[in-house]
Design a protein around this ligand. Structure first.
Ligand code: IZC
Ligand code: ZN
Length: 409
């Protein structure tokens, strides 16, 4: 048996009460000094040094320890980049104007289709290494830049193969309904049929993805199309996610609640009714403040959601078009400063609620006895400092399954 104890640390963790933390409990954390790890699992949390068994001890001298960060929304696997869109953006072109002019997602589709599996893998591997160095131990990864059978499969194969060759755990999402590709522009229903009748059964059969997501947005997939796609996905046994009310309020949050999706993501333009519907459901609101930052848009109404008992998770949305950054620590800064969430609420959103948003809270997301020992040791003694001192990597060490997998400085 391998056994060691982290001692004299400032361990801060959300408290898992077997449901996502919301409302007044969104920032419900506990603070403890010592943690015993056995065979990769958390065995004991205690303030009483005397109850620890004889074993190797690592004295952290007051350093902050949190659960490993969980990024529950990324478009990790993609070819190319979109820096050439910036001058257009600066001249006033909106995300959707660039999208409809054939730029945006479709330009990444071209680059992704042209990339080989090994090229995609190498590129994403670099990004995963960067995420790990920033304290992320589990990440969700969507397809959606193949948009034909072969290239959607290719992307998901890359995502699955990446899981085996580096330290982070990856949760895979099929997002064939990310955009209507150019070749189906005149007949979107034929593309939807391809997604639901050909892609879904094969991807399910080959166990390439656990979740299905759709870009429910004005000018992309409307509410009725999104409902049809997600209902089919549910029949195939996918768990549901939805890009909801990112740019225009069209009822994406309401649809997420109606379909009992695991998460509704973005919600920058969510309606009052949408918030009420989410509050009555079990859906997690996954907010992506990096996208608001990069698009120069408003931030999702996080405080209103917390006041209405909607559980909040945060994610990077890492993608080449609306958030070309995988820096989850910056997302924490934005959560504090622009979503106006308290540091403890941000921590819960980036760990426990993020775990719920990818259906992984049974074994991670908090430092709880019996969960896997994924944790971060920070070059800080408190949580507030991380969220205040932005632009610097504060990670001292990252531990995954009880093993040190990254050492910072
Ligand atoms: O490539 O633009 N919003 N999907 C929905 C994205 C942004 C990714 C992209
Ligand atoms: Zn997204």
């Amino acid at each position: 048996m391998s056994r060691f104890a982290i001692v004299n640390a400032n361990i801060i963790t959300p408290i898992d009460i077997n449901s996502p933390s919301k409302g007044e409990n969104q920032g419900n954390v506990m603070q403890v000094k010592h943690m015993l790890v056995e065979d990769g699992f958390i065995k004991l949390l205690t303030n009483d040094f005397g109850v620890l068994p004889e074993c190797e001890t690592i004295d952290l001298k007051g350093a902050l320890v949190t659960p490993g960060l969980i990024d529950p929304h990324t478009h990790l696997v993609h070819g190319g980049s979109r820096e050439r869109e910036i001058p257009l953006k600066l001249q006033g072109a909106s995300y959707m104007e660039i999208h409809h002019a054939g730029g945006g997602i479709n330009s990444t589709v071209i680059a992704t289709r042209r990339s080989s599996k090994s090229q995609l893998k190498e590129k994403a591997l670099e990004d995963l290494k960067h995420m790990l160095s920033l304290g992320v131990t589990t990440v969700e990864s969507k397809s959606g830049y193949g948009l034909n059978l072969e290239d959607e499969i290719k992307t998901l194969e890359v995502s699955n193969e990446l899981d085996d060759i580096q330290s982070l755990d990856i949760v895979h999402t099929f997002m064939g309904a990310h955009s209507i590709p150019q070749e189906y522009k005149q007949d979107s229903q034929r593309f939807i049929d391809l997604v639901t009748n050909e892609m879904m059964p094969l991807i399910k059969d080959r166990k390439l993805a656990e979740f299905c997501d759709v870009f429910c947005e004005d000018g992309v997939f409307d509410v009725e199309q999104s409902r049809n796609i997600l209902q089919k996905a549910k029949e195939f046994g996918f768990k549901l996610k939805i890009h909801a009310d990112e740019i225009v309020s069209i009822g994406g949050a309401e649809l997420a609640a109606e379909l009992n999706a695991i998460s509704a993501d973005h919600l920058m333009a969510v309606s009052k009714q949408g918030i009420r519907d989410l509050a009555k459901s079990n859906v997690i609101a996954v907010l992506l403040p990096g996208t608001s930052f990069y698009l120069g848009k408003n931030y999702a109404p996080a405080r209103e959601m917390i006041a209405n008992n909607v559980p909040i998770a945060l994610a990077s949305d890492f993608n080449p078009g609306s958030c070309p950054s995988d820096n989850f620590q910056f997302i924490m800064n934005l959560g504090y400063l622009y979503l106006r969430m308290k540091p403890e609420e941000v921590l819960t959103a980036c760990t426990l609620n993020a775990a719920y948003a990818i259906d992984r809270a049974s074994d991670r997301g908090s430092l709880t006895e019996g969960k896997i020992a994924d944790f971060v040791v920070w070059n800080s003694e408190n949580l507030e400092y991380l969220m205040y001192r932005f632009g610097k990597n504060h990670v001292k060490q990252v531990w995954k399954d009880g093993k040190k997998v990254y050492e910072g400085n």
